[in-house]
Design a protein around this ligand. Structure first.
Ligand code: NAG
Ligand code: NAG
Ligand code: NAG
Ligand code: NAG
Length: 482
């Protein structure tokens, strides 16, 4: 299990475990998550043999009352085959519940992520090249996929890599040598072409006792009401594993001491101890008790990001290198406060003091992020994002997806029935037992290049603005020193 835990970009274990272990467990989790949405798909066993028998997928439960397709472990235990009793066509759309609305803005990055293949399309050969680092191949036929939106997706075949860091470097695919391999993963960066996809934690994170996202969101919403912002500890707070990345070790220097007061409180999370004590100290809804929360990457992006942003305390976001699928829609000074990565302590101290001096503005930043997370990142939109990303991807395919000879059919039973503990609990909790009767939100067209440039320039300008304020502040402080 340790191998997998480390994946968490660091909230958990160190990355000392060797790749084999890590990869295996990691990916299994991925299944878990993909399974949730995806439903009758096959795994290319030639890449993956053996994994499925160990762990599996789960599906996400909706708050709908109907349980049309519950988990059937009795049948599974007898036959060990996926039953054919799964929804393959859409329900009629309920006009009262039909959302018919434009998707949140961050969905427009789907077009940017797939832009490299827009002219050429995606050939079988390109997909095969993505196999170099992929952990599994997923084939979806006849729309037997999303239980949430059965029958809506075109046939497709994709490669998924569950490791943390992107591997498809843009510099290797400059024109005219284009045609990069399309590879899905949880995060990417400005130098890579990897396609970002929601991570498993939306279906729960068993090792740390963090429930599926739908429920976590409700808990945090309740937690936010408990202590008013003014009554929270007027300092910046972070809890996590500092050993996964040098930047985190560097952050540790900013903790308050008798000698230095950086307005910052940092705690090392010992998940081993926590798991033995029943996770008493790691309840997410109890973590919105400080006025400011720090986000810092681990080995790559960190899953902690959405939990931190969901508190209505402003997030002090240490300049990240990596992005996941939703952060690109967020803006400095509006949704979070940017913190320099090369002078963290001074930057944090200034941010906290500024916020305490401008409490209305600070609160507005906290509120903006928390409503972005509560609304634009609600679970239904996570499914919509997966739907649109896969749908747009499938449109680019130049070949007919087919089931590889050694593939294994996946279904929720294969994933869940042999599970125990939190694994099983969260799978059942997040299981989609009935298709939705709404349609996916409407995907907006790609940004036109000037609009995208404006958006990015604006982000850059806000960050520079904060850095300028910071410089002025520290110049003043230093000039007062004897
Ligand atoms: C199916 O088998 C697993 C063990 O493989 C067991 O834990 C579970 O209770 C069984 N479920 C049913 C409904 O028989
Ligand atoms: C959704 O909105 C579009 C354009 O605004 C409209 O043409 C369409 O009829 C609407 N569909 C439903 C189901 O309301
Ligand atoms: C940071 O300081 C607080 C308060 O003194 C202390 O409880 C905590 O253990 C310190 N954290 C680290 C990582 O040293
Ligand atoms: C906060 O207010 C105090 C008192 O007015 C002032 O001395 C300090 O420079 C201010 N700090 C920031 C960061 O705005």
């Amino acid at each position: 299990m340790h191998g997998f835990r480390r994946q968490f970009t660091g909230e958990l274990w160190q990355s000392s475990k060797k790749k084999t272990v890590k990869t295996t467990l990691l990916c299994i989790f991925l299944f878990l998550f993909i399974g949730t949405l995806v439903f009758g798909r096959w795994i290319d066993a030639s890449i993956f043999s053996g994994y499925l028998s160990q762990k599996s997928i789960l599906t996400s439960k909706q708050t709908l009352k109907k349980h049309e397709f519950p988990l059937d472990c009795t049948a599974w235990n007898q036959t060990q085959t996926c039953t054919k009793n799964y929804p393959t066509t859409n329900k009629p759309i309920n006009p009262d519940r039909s959302s018919n609305q434009t998707c949140p803005d961050y969905f427009r990055w789907i077009h940017e992520d797939l832009r490299h293949w827009k002219e050429t399309g995606i050939t079988k050969e390109m997909v095969e090249r993505a196999r170099r680092t992929a952990h599994f191949r997923l084939v979806i036929l006849n729309g037997k996929l999303l239980r949430w939106y059965p029958g809506r997706l075109p046939n497709l075949e994709m490669m998924f890599d569950c490791d943390d860091r992107p591997t498809i470097q843009s510099k290797d695919f400059r024109r005219p040598n284009s045609g990069p391999p399309p590879l899905f993963r949880y995060c990417s960066d400005g130098w890579s072409l990897d396609i970002v996809f929601p991570d498993w934690s939306f279906w729960g994170w068993a090792e740390t006792n963090i429930r599926p996202w739908r429920n976590v969101l409700k808990d945090i919403k309740e937690g936010n009401k408990r202590i008013k912002w003014e009554e929270r500890v007027p300092l910046a707070y972070w809890r996590g594993n500092p050993h996964v990345a040098p930047a985190r070790a560097d952050l540790m220097k900013c903790n308050v001491t008798a000698k230095d007061d950086w307005n910052t409180l940092l705690y090392v999370q010992d998940w081993n101890k926590e798991s033995k004590q029943g996770y008493k100290e790691s309840n997410l809804e109890d973590q919105c008790t400080h006025r400011y929360k720090i986000y810092i990457e681990g080995w790559a992006w960190s899953v902690s990001e959405k939990y931190i942003l969901a508190c209505n305390s402003p997030t002090l976001l240490i300049t990240p290198r990596f992005y996941d699928f939703f952060i690109r829609g967020m803006a400095p000074l509006h949704h979070y406060w940017p913190i320099r990565d090369n002078d963290k302590c001074k930057s944090l101290k200034f941010a906290v003091e500024w916020g305490n001096n401008h409490s209305a503005k600070a609160q507005a930043i906290g509120e903006a992020a928390s409503s972005y997370i509560q609304e634009d990142l609600q679970m239904d939109y996570v499914y919509d994002y997966m739907f649109h990303l896969l749908n747009e991807y499938a449109k680019l395919l130049k070949f007919k997806p087919a089931i590889p000879s050694k593939a294994v059919e996946l279904c929720p039973e294969r994933m869940a029935c042999g599970e125990e503990g939190n694994w099983k609990k969260f799978m059942v909790e997040s299981l989609v037992e009935s298709p939705t009767d709404t349609i996916p939100c409407t995907l907006a067209p790609p940004y036109d290049p000037p609009a995208l440039k404006d958006f990015l320039d604006e982000k850059f300008k806000s960050t520079k603005q904060v850095e300028m304020w910071e410089n002025e502040y520290w110049d003043k402080v230093n000039s007062k020193k004897p």
